[in-house]
Design a protein around this ligand. Structure first.
Ligand SMILES: N=c1c2ncn([C@@H]3O[C@H](COP(=O)(O)OP(=O)(O)OP(=O)(O)O)[C@@H](O)[C@H]3O)c2ncn1[C@@H]1O[C@H](COP(=O)(O)O)[C@@H](O)[C@H]1O
Length: 108
């Protein structure tokens, strides 16, 4: 199993890129373009993931999900959130059946 620490190392790089030159850093250029541009990349990568899945193209599914996770991490970093916020939410949900959780929701 590959160590999840790679996500923390990338998150640290993303935080450093807030001080970087947008001409030499892709991540910095996204921060400068702002929320709409970052959201657009997340949407594009989600669409490309769907296309790879519909093509049953395993290699491209992995590439596109990696792009999707990466741009989602840029979005988190842009808002001062961290990978740990997402991991903590996964831990909170761990073992809670999605079916049971949905049943327990109160209706407005
Ligand atoms: N993991 C990634 C990563 N994954 C994808 N990408 C870039 O994401 C961009 C968008 O991917 P697309 O497939 O959509 O390419 P495209 O359609 O040509 O892009 P657009 O012109 O539409 O934006 C490409 O430039 C990819 O190189 C990444 N860029 C950076 N990282 C990590 O972020 C770190 C910091 O990167 P820089 O800020 O560029 O130094 C790097 O060291 C890596 O660890």
């Amino acid at each position: 199993m590959i160590d999840i620490e790679v996500l923390h190392r990338i998150a640290a790089t993303l935080a450093e890129r807030k001080k970087a030159d947008p001409d030499s850093s892709y991540v910095s250029s996204l921060y400068v373009k702002g929320t709409d541009a970052i959201c657009k990349k997340v949407a594009e990568e989600a669409a490309e993931t769907i296309m790879a899945a519909k093509d049953k193209d395993m290699l491209h599914i992995v590439w596109e999900v990696t792009d999707l996770w990466f741009h989602s991490m840029v979005l988190l970093s842009h808002f001062g959130l961290s990978v740990d916020d997402v991991l903590a939410e996964f831990r909170r949900r761990e073992g809670v059946s999605g079916i049971d959780e949905k049943k327990s929701r109160t209706t407005a």
